[in-house]
Design a protein around this ligand. Structure first.
Ligand code: BGC
Length: 440
């Protein structure tokens, strides 16, 4: 694999780092902003999900402006929005300002959540596409871990601790903005804009001289219809099944409950009686496990494939959640036991649904419709994430942990059955070959 492709993929994946940081940082602030802003449990759910509403808007905007102005410029815009959001939320003195700043951060998360994996899929060679797009997920989980770790380090700095936790994000935001200057535009976008010479220049750098010309010809073929694609085309008989697979997988990635842990772990631990600092310390294990098993997935994804990972991962997640639920039903919720099942659950997610969803979503759609198709799938992801974030604290309160986690275990089973029946294997082929195969 060419170092150049790895380098530009790493830069694009920095978007994932901010995505991870921004979504997870909130967990460490909850126990402090709740009294500061005087929030009920229900209000807390809304504060956590304010970012997610921004994400939905961000994805919707990204689809359109990413096609108009290119992936690179819009990623730069996202970096600036992250910066603005970090400063705004850290300095907020009232709830309105805080929520607005989080919404702006959410718009940025929404943008990078679609454009980073899409950009990487569009510059990556077929044989390494899985691992390169998974770099994005690796960056997401690294961002989550950094957030958990800095939250833990900063919890003792006094009453403004939550402000410090939030301001940390300015650093990666600036880094992303500056690094983006060195990446080229996506060759597939350049072809779509009739900038063939520039596209060829990029392809020579990413795939080598010999392959560049043939790749260019293939890309041109798939983009020969220059009429602006519409969302309606996603409903054409040959595309609709792909849309359904993308949307359903995206929904399952969320409603199998991953963010109940990512956003609320300190709260879960506090509810079973751990002190603030211990609770935040435990989240570091969660972030570390998430990172370690994402690396496992990166080894496996181009080898055993996306489909097998999703199937095995859902089964493992289901077992772990069932175990967790049993702990609550039997009253054995000591900190250690709960942590073990949570870590097992995270490990299975990280080795499967975590990266595989983003890889499949970026591969599933034809070149011409990728942006549109992926937007619909990823909007569904954020809508589901929002619903889970709002409903989870209320579920814990009204149903208790036993039933709550059992419901999520059942959803893992549904995901498993869906993948067995409908999800195709996409490893190893060029996006153009997949286009022919999946729309036959
Ligand atoms: C999901 C995020 C989640 C993260 C956790 C991502 O793939 O889309 O919602 O927070 O993984 O690792």
């Amino acid at each position: 694999m060419k170092t150049y492709v790895v380098l530009i993929s790493v830069v694009a994946a920095l978007g994932g780092l901010l995505f991870g940081f921004d979504t997870a940082v909130i967990s460490g602030t909850l126990n402090f902003i709740q009294p500061y802003f005087g929030l009920s449990e229900a209000a807390l759910g809304w504060v956590v999900s304010s970012l997610l509403f921004g994400c939905i808007a961000g994805v919707l905007i990204a689809g359109r402006i990413g096609d108009l102005f290119g992936r690179k410029k819009i990623l730069m815009l996202a970096a600036l929005l992250f910066l603005f959001s970090a400063v705004g939320s850290a300095l907020a003195n009232n709830l309105m300002v805080f929520i607005s700043a989080r919404v702006v951060g959410g718009i940025a998360v929404g943008i990078v959540s679609i454009l980073s994996p899409m950009y990487i899929a569009e510059v990556a060679p077929p044989k390494n596409r899985g691992v390169l797009v998974s770099l994005n997920q690796l960056a997401i989980v690294a961002g989550i871990l950094v957030a958990f770790y800095t939250n833990y380090l900063l919890v003792g700095v006094g009453e403004n601790n939550w402000r410090w936790m939030l301001i940390v994000m300015t650093l990666p935001a600036i880094l992303l903005f500056l690094c983006l200057f060195i990446v080229p535009e996506s060759p597939r976008w350049l072809v779509a804009k009739n900038r063939t010479d520039e596209a060829l220049g990029v392809l020579v750098k990413t795939s080598g001289k010999e392959k560049a010309l043939s790749e260019l010809t293939e890309i041109k073929k798939t983009l020969k219809n220059l009429v602006e694609p519409s969302f309606k085309e996603l409903l054409a008989p040959k595309i609709r099944p792909l849309l359904i697979i993308g949307v359903v997988l995206a929904i399952f990635q969320q409603i199998t409950g991953i963010n109940t842990i990512m956003y609320y772990a300190p709260k879960i631990f506090a509810d079973i009686g751990l002190a603030d600092e211990t609770a935040l310390f435990q989240t570091i294990f969660i972030g570390g496990t998430n990172l370690a098993f994402t690396i496992v997935a990166m080894y496996l994804i181009d080898w055993i494939g996306r489909r097998a990972l999703i199937i095995a991962g859902s089964a493992g997640m289901m077992l772990m959640l069932t175990g967790l639920s049993a702990l609550y039903f039997t009253g054995l919720t000591t900190g250690m036991a709960v942590l073990v099942f949570i870590l097992g659950y995270i490990a299975f997610f990280a080795a499967s649904l975590g990266p595989a969803l983003w890889v499949v979503a970026a591969e599933l759609f034809p070149n011409r419709l990728r942006n549109k198709g992926m937007s619909v799938a990823i909007v569904s992801l954020w809508v589901s994430a929002t619903i889970v974030a709002i409903v989870f604290p209320v579920m814990l309160e009204k149903l208790d942990g036993g039933s709550t986690f059992l419901i999520f275990a059942f959803i893992c089973l549904l995901n498993l059955l869906f993948a067995l029946k409908y999800v195709p294997e996409t490893k190893g082929k060029s996006l153009e070959e997949l286009e022919v195969e999946l729309t036959r």
